[in-house]
Design a protein around this ligand. Structure first.
Ligand code: SF4
Ligand code: SF4
Length: 77
């Protein structure tokens, strides 16, 4: 099964939070009242974005949203 790994450049990231807000997986979890730092696909903590739980589907929305071009997606077999 393919999964996706998020690589977030911690130097470029300014913690704006747009990736966290734009992620459809996070939106779905929020709708179900299940969104937390333990469940999110991507989240911001201490001013930087971090890869979250193993729920990212590789849609690329966060990559396109990031104005700092700080996020890349890697496919993992
Ligand atoms: S959108 Fe980019 S700059 Fe903003 S918090 Fe996410 S990774 Fe960082
Ligand atoms: S690639 Fe899609 S599912 Fe994965 S963290 Fe980014 S917006 Fe969310």
């Amino acid at each position: 099964m393919k999964t996706y790994r998020l690589l977030i450049n911690q130097v470029l990231c300014d913690g704006c939070g747009n990736c966290q807000k734009s992620c459809p997986i996070n939106a779905l979890l929020l709708k179900k009242n299940l969104l937390s730092e333990n469940t999110a696909a991507i989240y911001v903590q201490d001013g930087k974005a971090h890869e979250g739980a193993e729920v990212c589907d590789g849609c690329g929305v966060c990559v396109n949203t990031c104005h700092k071009k700080a996020i890349t997606i890697q496919m993992v077999e």
